[in-house]
Design a binder for this molecule. Structure first.
Ligand code: ATP
Ligand code: MG
Length: 450
């Protein structure tokens, strides 16, 4: 993609409304534009990252055996009256009347709607287990939308729902989700620590939140520093194996890690003092097992040899749009964003030091083509601008790798490959630079972006 043909409205000045670094950089890098408090349009660069994150979520959900679908954003109030949550949910629910004076709402979550779909089509235990999920816009009329996409009113969420015959099966689904979420966040270059949480309005005895440690996080967290040494890595796991999923859950949740809602000072004090940590975290996901709460109130039952029984359910959410903010909070410096390879909008930038120079222009064009041929997407800064300005833009938008091309290097047959994270550069032939990027991205295959 040539920058001159792209739409990247970068801002020179710091926007005064942004209080935290991720919000500031998302606005400055031309990723989002606010349309009303807590509601954003996603400009091309922001949209690209959003779709990469969504793509990783889909790949990992499908790998775990979960089935994608898409539910409507608008829901009839009747479903929520059935479950009893219409009145309980309070002012966060955006309630709308249609032209026939029917009560509607913009979905803040979908337990009722999925239960309605389930009961309409599933009646036998033979159809279980089943886990359905979607990635869809939600609306919660938050009292204080802030920090950009971190706490929006309209936000993008992966929400999944499992239906199982027994509590045991549903707990396997719970464990499977925990494992798949660990993998999902790691692929995005994040460490998200599962912490014992509180059920809130969704309810349930089993629930974990996933938190990314960051100073600007809204939650206060308490943990044993040993949890930060745990990584899932590239281990193979059989999602059907109860023992394997249970094993991973135990490995990642046995050490103390809790949010302020469930914090237990006495238990915390049992951790050796040098490992006790208090910090702040960003909630990027949550999983629940809530038993038969919705299936009983809404009649989601299956026929078994012993008669009709309500199904056991759980729900699971990932804050897809919030993740952009969380990733930036965890990956930036004073010059801008530093995207992890797994979610970067473009795999590398190409900076032409002398636009208009025949050799430099030709080299940049052939580099862009060579990268495309191996499935790597470059953003080629072909503007007639000073090199300093081009570097500043590349640093701000955070592409992890930059190839700098200039007439002087080309005389010696080389270009420069620079890491955004370390700042280190190396001179290579264009072919070697492409080969190096292929190697780097071999471990970070993301779904093709837009
Ligand atoms: P919070 O405690 O931050 O208000 P929640 O616990 O109400 O979130 P869930 O119902 O667990 O949220 O939703 C699943 C995920 O969706 C959360 O873990 C979070 O990452 C994301 N999310 C929730 N509310 C928002 C919001 N207002 N803006 C952006 N993302 C959100
Ligand atoms: Mg939550």
């Amino acid at each position: 993609m040539r920058l001159s043909r792209y739409f990247l409205p970068v801002l020179k000045e710091n926007p005064s409304e942004a209080q935290i670094v991720s919000h500031r950089y998302m606005l400055r890098a031309g990723m989002i534009k606010q349309s009303a408090a807590g509601i954003y349009s996603w400009l091309p660069l922001g949209f690209k990252v959003l779709k990469k994150i969504e793509g990783i979520v889909h790949e990992e959900q499908i790998r775990a055996g979960h089935v994608p679908m898409l539910m409507s954003t608008m829901q009839p109030a009747d479903l929520w009256k059935e479950s009893g949550r219409y009145d309980d949910y309070g002012q966060e629910m955006l309630r709308i009347k249609d032209r026939h004076d029917r009560d509607m709402l913009f979905g803040p979550t979908n337990e009722e709607m999925i239960t309605d779909i389930f009961r309409a089509h599933v009646s036998s235990y033979k159809d279980l287990p089943l886990t359905l999920y979607q990635v869809q816009w939600k609306f919660r009329d938050e009292i204080r939308p802030r920090f950009g996409v971190m706490r929006g009113r309209e936000f993008y969420m992966k929400d999944g729902y499992n239906f199982d015959l027994t509590k045991e099966d549903a707990l396997h689904a719970y464990n499977r989700h925990l494992v798949s979420y660990l993998r999902t966040y790691e692929r995005m270059g994040l460490q998200a620590i599962p912490m014992r949480a509180d059920g809130g309005p969704i309810g349930g005895d089993y629930t974990h939140e996933f938190l990314v440690l960051a100073e600007t996080g809204e939650s206060e967290v308490f943990y044993d520093s040993a949890v930060t040494d745990l990584t899932f890595g590239d281990r193979e796991i059989d999602y059907d194996s109860v023992e394997q999923c249970q094993g991973v859950l135990e490995e990642f949740t046995t050490k103390y890690a809790r949010t302020d809602e469930t914090h237990d000072e006495a238990l915390f004090n049992e951790i050796p003092e040098d490992r006790r940590r208090t910090a702040r975290g960003i909630e990027v996901g949550q999983i629940f097992y809530f038993g038969t709460k919705y299936s009983e109130s809404m009649g989601a039952k299956v026929q078994t040899a012993d008669g009709e029984v309500p199904v056991h359910m759980g729900s699971h959410g990932i804050g897809v749009s919030r993740l952009l903010g969380a990733i930036i909070e965890a990956n930036h410096d004073d010059n801008g964003i530093i995207w992890p390879e797994g979610v970067t909008p473009f795999h590398c930038g190409i900076v032409n030091l002398k636009q208009g120079d025949e050799a430099a222009d030709a080299a940049c064009e052939s580099l862009e083509k060579a990268l495309a041929a191996v499935g790597l997407e470059a953003l080629y800064d072909d503007r007639k601008e000073r090199a300093g300005g081009k570097f500043a833009t590349m640093d701000l938008i955070g592409l992890p790798w930059r190839i700098t091309v200039g007439p002087r290097g080309l005389k010696n047959g080389v270009v420069e490959l620079t890491s955004r994270r370390s700042g280190e550069s190396e001179e290579l032939t264009p072919e070697a630079a492409v080969a190096k990027l292929v190697e780097i991205y071999a471990d970070h295959r993301t779904p093709q972006g837009f």
